[in-house]
Design a binder for this molecule. Structure first.
Ligand code: KMH
Ligand code: ZN
Length: 280
Protein backbone atom coordinates (compact mmCIF):
# COMPACT_ATOMS: atom_id res chain seq x y z
CA UNK A 1 0.00 0.00 0.00
CA UNK A 2 1.37 3.39 -0.92
CA UNK A 3 1.30 5.98 1.82
CA UNK A 4 2.40 9.54 2.21
CA UNK A 5 6.10 10.25 2.05
CA UNK A 6 8.48 10.14 4.97
CA UNK A 7 11.00 12.89 4.35
CA UNK A 8 14.28 12.69 6.22
CA UNK A 9 16.70 15.58 6.13
CA UNK A 10 20.41 14.85 6.52
CA UNK A 11 21.68 18.40 6.90
CA UNK A 12 25.40 18.09 7.59
CA UNK A 13 27.13 14.71 7.19
CA UNK A 14 30.79 14.14 7.88
CA UNK A 15 32.27 14.60 4.44
CA UNK A 16 31.95 18.25 3.37
CA UNK A 17 34.18 21.00 4.73
CA UNK A 18 32.60 24.24 5.96
CA UNK A 19 35.23 26.29 4.13
CA UNK A 20 34.24 24.70 0.85
CA UNK A 21 30.48 24.64 1.57
CA UNK A 22 29.70 27.76 3.61
CA UNK A 23 25.95 26.98 3.71
CA UNK A 24 26.60 23.72 5.61
CA UNK A 25 25.06 23.89 9.11
CA UNK A 26 27.84 23.01 11.56
CA UNK A 27 27.04 24.82 14.83
CA UNK A 28 24.19 23.81 17.11
CA UNK A 29 22.37 27.06 16.34
CA UNK A 30 22.71 26.47 12.61
CA UNK A 31 21.48 22.91 13.00
CA UNK A 32 18.47 23.96 15.08
CA UNK A 33 17.46 26.67 12.64
CA UNK A 34 17.77 24.23 9.74
CA UNK A 35 15.82 21.54 11.59
CA UNK A 36 12.97 23.89 12.47
CA UNK A 37 12.68 25.25 8.94
CA UNK A 38 12.88 21.79 7.36
CA UNK A 39 10.18 20.54 9.73
CA UNK A 40 7.93 23.45 8.73
CA UNK A 41 8.44 22.48 5.07
CA UNK A 42 7.56 18.79 5.58
CA UNK A 43 10.56 16.87 6.94
CA UNK A 44 9.72 14.50 9.77
CA UNK A 45 13.09 12.90 10.57
CA UNK A 46 16.50 14.53 11.03
CA UNK A 47 19.63 12.41 10.47
CA UNK A 48 22.31 14.10 12.55
CA UNK A 49 26.10 14.31 12.30
CA UNK A 50 27.65 16.96 14.52
CA UNK A 51 30.78 19.09 14.26
CA UNK A 52 33.22 20.48 16.83
CA UNK A 53 34.24 24.09 17.40
CA UNK A 54 36.56 23.86 14.40
CA UNK A 55 33.67 22.51 12.25
CA UNK A 56 35.30 19.06 12.12
CA UNK A 57 33.15 15.91 12.48
CA UNK A 58 32.99 14.70 16.07
CA UNK A 59 31.21 12.09 18.18
CA UNK A 60 31.82 14.03 21.39
CA UNK A 61 29.35 12.70 23.94
CA UNK A 62 28.56 16.03 25.62
CA UNK A 63 27.81 17.68 22.28
CA UNK A 64 25.69 14.72 21.15
CA UNK A 65 23.53 14.86 24.30
CA UNK A 66 23.19 18.63 24.04
CA UNK A 67 22.15 18.27 20.39
CA UNK A 68 19.51 15.62 21.10
CA UNK A 69 18.06 17.73 23.94
CA UNK A 70 18.01 20.91 21.87
CA UNK A 71 16.36 19.24 18.86
CA UNK A 72 13.70 17.75 21.14
CA UNK A 73 13.13 21.12 22.76
CA UNK A 74 12.71 23.06 19.52
CA UNK A 75 11.17 20.53 17.11
CA UNK A 76 8.90 17.47 16.95
CA UNK A 77 11.23 15.79 14.48
CA UNK A 78 12.27 12.19 14.99
CA UNK A 79 15.90 12.57 16.08
CA UNK A 80 18.15 10.06 14.38
CA UNK A 81 21.83 10.16 15.31
CA UNK A 82 24.39 8.80 12.90
CA UNK A 83 26.32 5.88 14.34
CA UNK A 84 28.30 5.87 11.11
CA UNK A 85 30.16 9.05 11.94
CA UNK A 86 33.16 9.67 9.73
CA UNK A 87 35.16 6.85 8.12
CA UNK A 88 37.95 7.43 10.65
CA UNK A 89 35.77 7.09 13.79
CA UNK A 90 36.59 4.16 16.10
CA UNK A 91 33.94 1.53 16.80
CA UNK A 92 33.81 2.36 20.52
CA UNK A 93 32.90 5.99 19.81
CA UNK A 94 30.31 4.93 17.26
CA UNK A 95 28.67 2.57 19.77
CA UNK A 96 28.73 5.30 22.43
CA UNK A 97 26.50 7.44 20.20
CA UNK A 98 23.63 5.36 21.60
CA UNK A 99 24.37 6.72 25.10
CA UNK A 100 22.92 10.05 23.94
CA UNK A 101 19.53 8.26 23.78
CA UNK A 102 18.20 9.41 20.40
CA UNK A 103 14.83 8.21 19.03
CA UNK A 104 16.67 6.46 16.22
CA UNK A 105 20.21 5.72 15.14
CA UNK A 106 21.63 4.59 11.84
CA UNK A 107 23.08 1.09 11.58
CA UNK A 108 25.12 0.40 8.45
CA UNK A 109 24.79 -3.19 7.30
CA UNK A 110 28.26 -3.83 5.96
CA UNK A 111 31.64 -2.58 4.85
CA UNK A 112 31.85 -0.51 1.69
CA UNK A 113 34.59 1.24 -0.24
CA UNK A 114 33.93 4.94 0.24
CA UNK A 115 35.76 6.83 -2.45
CA UNK A 116 39.40 6.36 -1.56
CA UNK A 117 38.47 5.35 2.02
CA UNK A 118 36.86 2.27 3.51
CA UNK A 119 33.72 2.55 5.64
CA UNK A 120 34.30 -0.43 7.90
CA UNK A 121 31.31 -2.22 9.45
CA UNK A 122 32.31 -5.64 10.79
CA UNK A 123 29.59 -8.22 11.47
CA UNK A 124 30.31 -8.30 15.22
CA UNK A 125 30.07 -4.52 15.36
CA UNK A 126 26.72 -4.54 13.54
CA UNK A 127 25.39 -7.16 15.98
CA UNK A 128 26.52 -5.04 18.92
CA UNK A 129 24.79 -1.93 17.53
CA UNK A 130 21.58 -3.83 16.76
CA UNK A 131 21.34 -5.57 20.14
CA UNK A 132 22.21 -2.44 22.14
CA UNK A 133 19.48 -0.56 20.26
CA UNK A 134 17.02 -3.37 21.03
CA UNK A 135 17.88 -3.18 24.75
CA UNK A 136 17.53 0.61 24.87
CA UNK A 137 14.42 1.03 22.73
CA UNK A 138 16.28 2.98 20.03
CA UNK A 139 14.82 2.38 16.58
CA UNK A 140 17.43 1.65 13.91
CA UNK A 141 17.50 2.86 10.35
CA UNK A 142 19.49 0.23 8.49
CA UNK A 143 21.82 1.91 5.98
CA UNK A 144 22.21 -0.07 2.78
CA UNK A 145 25.10 0.94 0.53
CA UNK A 146 25.17 -2.26 -1.50
CA UNK A 147 22.88 -5.19 -2.25
CA UNK A 148 24.77 -7.63 -0.04
CA UNK A 149 23.96 -5.40 2.93
CA UNK A 150 20.34 -6.54 2.58
CA UNK A 151 21.45 -10.17 2.84
CA UNK A 152 23.32 -9.25 6.02
CA UNK A 153 20.18 -7.56 7.35
CA UNK A 154 18.12 -10.68 6.67
CA UNK A 155 20.72 -12.70 8.60
CA UNK A 156 20.80 -10.16 11.44
CA UNK A 157 17.02 -10.12 11.92
CA UNK A 158 16.79 -13.90 11.55
CA UNK A 159 19.44 -14.46 14.21
CA UNK A 160 18.84 -11.60 16.67
CA UNK A 161 15.21 -10.65 16.10
CA UNK A 162 13.30 -7.55 15.12
CA UNK A 163 14.45 -4.08 16.13
CA UNK A 164 12.97 -1.97 18.89
CA UNK A 165 9.43 -0.99 17.89
CA UNK A 166 9.08 -4.09 15.70
CA UNK A 167 9.16 -2.25 12.38
CA UNK A 168 12.02 -2.56 9.87
CA UNK A 169 13.03 0.57 7.98
CA UNK A 170 16.01 0.74 5.65
CA UNK A 171 17.67 3.60 3.80
CA UNK A 172 19.23 2.86 0.44
CA UNK A 173 22.26 5.09 -0.08
CA UNK A 174 23.08 5.01 -3.78
CA UNK A 175 25.92 6.58 -5.68
CA UNK A 176 28.74 6.32 -3.14
CA UNK A 177 31.89 5.50 -5.15
CA UNK A 178 32.30 1.85 -4.12
CA UNK A 179 28.64 1.11 -3.41
CA UNK A 180 25.63 0.50 -5.62
CA UNK A 181 25.21 3.07 -8.38
CA UNK A 182 22.68 5.89 -8.20
CA UNK A 183 20.39 4.50 -10.88
CA UNK A 184 16.72 3.48 -10.99
CA UNK A 185 17.85 -0.05 -11.90
CA UNK A 186 19.89 -0.35 -8.70
CA UNK A 187 17.04 1.04 -6.64
CA UNK A 188 14.60 -1.46 -8.14
CA UNK A 189 17.06 -4.30 -7.52
CA UNK A 190 17.33 -3.27 -3.86
CA UNK A 191 13.57 -2.84 -3.54
CA UNK A 192 13.04 -6.33 -4.97
CA UNK A 193 15.29 -7.81 -2.29
CA UNK A 194 13.00 -6.44 0.43
CA UNK A 195 10.72 -9.39 -0.28
CA UNK A 196 13.17 -11.47 1.80
CA UNK A 197 12.70 -9.14 4.78
CA UNK A 198 9.73 -8.96 7.16
CA UNK A 199 6.41 -7.97 5.60
CA UNK A 200 5.85 -4.25 5.94
CA UNK A 201 9.52 -3.30 5.73
CA UNK A 202 9.74 0.27 4.45
CA UNK A 203 12.54 2.03 2.64
CA UNK A 204 13.77 5.48 1.92
CA UNK A 205 16.40 6.30 -0.66
CA UNK A 206 19.19 8.79 -1.06
CA UNK A 207 21.11 9.44 -4.24
CA UNK A 208 24.50 10.96 -3.66
CA UNK A 209 25.58 13.91 -5.80
CA UNK A 210 24.06 14.09 -9.25
CA UNK A 211 22.07 10.88 -8.69
CA UNK A 212 19.81 12.73 -6.24
CA UNK A 213 16.94 13.42 -8.62
CA UNK A 214 16.82 10.09 -10.49
CA UNK A 215 16.92 8.22 -7.18
CA UNK A 216 14.26 10.48 -5.67
CA UNK A 217 11.91 9.93 -8.60
CA UNK A 218 12.57 6.18 -8.68
CA UNK A 219 11.94 5.89 -4.95
CA UNK A 220 8.66 7.79 -5.09
CA UNK A 221 7.40 5.68 -7.98
CA UNK A 222 8.47 2.44 -6.29
CA UNK A 223 6.55 3.31 -3.10
CA UNK A 224 9.62 4.41 -1.16
CA UNK A 225 10.39 7.37 1.02
CA UNK A 226 13.01 10.11 0.66
CA UNK A 227 16.17 11.29 2.35
CA UNK A 228 17.61 14.57 1.14
CA UNK A 229 20.13 17.03 2.49
CA UNK A 230 23.57 18.52 2.24
CA UNK A 231 25.13 15.35 3.69
CA UNK A 232 24.55 13.81 0.27
CA UNK A 233 24.18 16.67 -2.20
CA UNK A 234 25.85 20.08 -2.31
CA UNK A 235 24.98 20.93 -5.92
CA UNK A 236 21.36 21.85 -6.67
CA UNK A 237 21.73 21.86 -10.45
CA UNK A 238 24.68 22.03 -12.82
CA UNK A 239 26.89 24.93 -11.73
CA UNK A 240 24.47 25.87 -8.92
CA UNK A 241 25.53 25.14 -5.33
CA UNK A 242 22.84 24.16 -2.84
CA UNK A 243 21.78 27.29 -0.92
CA UNK A 244 20.37 25.46 2.08
CA UNK A 245 18.89 22.20 3.25
CA UNK A 246 15.49 23.89 3.06
CA UNK A 247 15.93 24.22 -0.69
CA UNK A 248 16.44 20.44 -0.96
CA UNK A 249 13.54 19.62 1.37
CA UNK A 250 11.23 22.00 -0.51
CA UNK A 251 12.15 20.30 -3.78
CA UNK A 252 11.50 16.84 -2.29
CA UNK A 253 8.14 18.00 -0.91
CA UNK A 254 7.18 19.33 -4.34
CA UNK A 255 8.01 16.01 -6.00
CA UNK A 256 6.16 14.06 -3.27
CA UNK A 257 3.07 16.19 -3.76
CA UNK A 258 3.22 15.72 -7.53
CA UNK A 259 3.38 11.98 -6.90
CA UNK A 260 0.23 12.36 -4.76
CA UNK A 261 2.18 11.14 -1.78
CA UNK A 262 2.36 14.25 0.43
CA UNK A 263 4.81 14.44 3.33
CA UNK A 264 3.98 12.51 6.49
CA UNK A 265 3.64 14.57 9.65
CA UNK A 266 5.99 13.88 12.53
CA UNK A 267 3.13 12.05 14.28
CA UNK A 268 2.57 9.84 11.23
CA UNK A 269 6.31 9.28 10.87
CA UNK A 270 6.55 8.00 14.45
CA UNK A 271 3.65 5.62 13.82
CA UNK A 272 5.24 4.31 10.63
CA UNK A 273 8.69 3.79 12.15
CA UNK A 274 7.58 2.38 15.50
CA UNK A 275 9.05 5.35 17.39
CA UNK A 276 7.02 6.14 20.54
CA UNK A 277 4.70 9.15 20.27
CA UNK A 278 5.87 12.40 21.82
CA UNK A 279 4.52 13.17 25.27
CA UNK A 280 4.67 16.93 25.71
N1 KMH B 1 29.77 9.36 6.90
C1 KMH B 1 29.75 8.02 6.39
C2 KMH B 1 31.09 7.40 6.52
C3 KMH B 1 25.63 7.00 8.70
O1 KMH B 1 25.41 8.16 8.96
O2 KMH B 1 25.29 6.09 9.44
C4 KMH B 1 28.75 7.18 7.08
C5 KMH B 1 27.38 7.66 7.08
C6 KMH B 1 26.36 6.64 7.45
O3 KMH B 1 27.06 8.81 6.89
ZN1 ZN C 1 25.04 9.94 7.80
Amino acid sequence: MTTGTLITVAPTGAESAKVEVPALPVTLDELLLTAKECEALGASVVHVHIRDAAAQPTLDQRRLRETVAALRESTDLVVQLSSGGAVSDPEADRLAVLDAAPDMASCTMGTVNFGTDVFLNRWEFIVELHTRMQERGIVPEYEIFDLGHLTSLQRLLGTYGLPAGGHVHVDFVLGVPGGMPGTPAALVAAEQMLRDLPTGTTFSATGVGRSTIPVLLASLSAGGHLRVGMEDTVTYAKGQPVESNMQLVARAVGFAQLAQRPPLTTVEARELLGVPALRR
